[in-house]
Design a protein around this ligand. Structure first.
Ligand SMILES: *Cc1c(COP(=O)(O)O)cnc(C)c1O
Ligand SMILES: [Zn+2]
Length: 373
């Protein structure tokens, strides 16, 4: 059966080969549900990357292009944050080839683009997604243009150009940057390898769920704490656990608590107001640059996913971010401020709600501290 894109707004379907990046109605594209069989015995135990779940991934059968592109991404360790609490686990997603979880999505998106014959990709990012796309695109032999906002950390910009991409620094906000990249795509400059628009990215981030499933031997965590800007990890984790549930491999879908920055919290705002769509807000400045997304294009989907898990959206107090970063560093984990924000948000939640989870709580360490100052 041929896989298709389907518009999130009007349901119109598109061939993958026509390389659309959104619907003519302006809606974002999802991947149409595809059938696959997957159980424990389908895990490729000798493949030490997220491709051990290849049976659940939407790549061409009999096509091994991914083998030339993979750098062993995924399969990250999951360990207790503190020895005295075996239930609070951190998943070390900063231990990836380009030092952030974005490699999960980028490797699948680029492998698919390669299958579709793409020669040049364009992407915009606040840093880590651009780095990841740049690395995999170059490995796949594609040209790559990455658009970043002017306030992106110097180190991330250096890393992107080191991978062989052309970096366009856009004067203005993250949203201006997205508009500049879109204009280039509309001019016909290349394939839009966007982690926001392209649904294959989410097929990669869903392996976060498959790994937790394998690492916990099927035990369902009580809650997943996940940072949310554009929602690539929130939606990926949700899709992954939903698939595992639909396959009959787990008894329920874990609750997702998503964390926004206090100073840029459009999804949080809609959540507490009980709305089912998200309005653009203004980023008033935050250390958590990786989640500072004022206009999250998949806001509606994020709200509905979080609500479907009986989850919540919370915010990270800005002043607590440096403290949380230090707290993690003193436990051996050197992570970037955006990741510290996830903890700042969770610690506040625990305190305010007197929260004593009985099951496992899993928090991802999304980006390396070496990426920022
Ligand atoms: C991208 C990123 C996030 C947020 O992911 P979204 O897809 O925007 O929700 C969080 N932390 C780090 C380190 C990131 O790179
Ligand atoms: Zn449409």
């Amino acid at each position: 059966m041929e896989m298709k894109y389907v518009c999130n707004e009007c349901g119109k379907k598109y061939d993958l080969k026509s390389l659309p990046f959104r619907c003519t109605c302006g809606g974002l594209l999802n991947l149409e549900d595809f059938e696959f069989q997957f159980s424990n015995k389908d895990i490729l135990k000798d493949e030490w990357s997220l491709f051990r779940y290849i049976k659940a991934l939407p790549l061409e059968n009999n096509c091994n292009l991914w083998k030339d592109i993979s750098m062993g991404e995924g399969l990250t360790p999951m360990v207790p944050l503190n020895n005295d609490n075996p239930n609070l686990l951190v998943k070390l997603d900063y231990l990836m080839p380009t030092m952030s979880f974005k490699d999960r999505g980028a490797v699948i998106l680029i492998a698919k683009a390669k299958e579709l014959g793409v020669k040049k990709v364009i992407q915009d990012s606040s840093g880590n997604a651009g780095t990841s796309i740049a690395a995999y695109a170059h490995r796949a032999g594609m040209a790559c243009d990455i658009y970043v906002p002017q306030h992106t950390s110097e180190k991330k910009i250096k890393q992107i150009s080191a991978h062989g991409a052309v970096v366009h620094v856009v004067k203005g906000s993250r949203e201006d940057t997205a508009r500049a990249a879109l204009a280039a795509v509309e001019r016909g400059d290349g394939f839009y390898a966007s982690h926001v628009y392209n649904p294959f990215f989410y097929q990669g981030t869903k392996t976060y769920a498959y790994e937790i499933y394998e690492q916990l031997k099927g035990e369902v965590p009580e809650v997943l704490i996940i940072p949310v800007g554009n929602g690539t990890l929130v939606l990926g984790a949700y899709y992954g656990f939903k698939e595992l549930f639909n396959l009959g491999l787990i008894s329920k879908i874990p609750k997702i608590i998503a964390v926004q920055s206090q100073n840029c919290a459009p999804i949080y705002k809609s959540f507490i107001e009980g709305k089912d769509y998200v309005q653009e807000t203004v980023n008033t400045g935050t250390l958590a640059e990786g989640i500072a997304i004022a206009d999250p294009k998949r806001g509606k989907q994020i709200l509905s996913a979080v609500r479907d898990t009986q989850g919540e959206i919370i915010t990270a107090p800005e002043d607590d971010i440096p403290k949380a970063r230090q707290y993690l560093a003193e436990r051996g984990f050197y992570i970037e401020p955006t990741t510290a924000a996830t903890f700042a948000g969770y610690f506040k939640y625990v305190k305010e709600n007197n929260y004593h989870p009985e099951g496992k709580v899993i928090i991802p360490l999304c980006g390396s501290g070496l990426k920022t100052d």
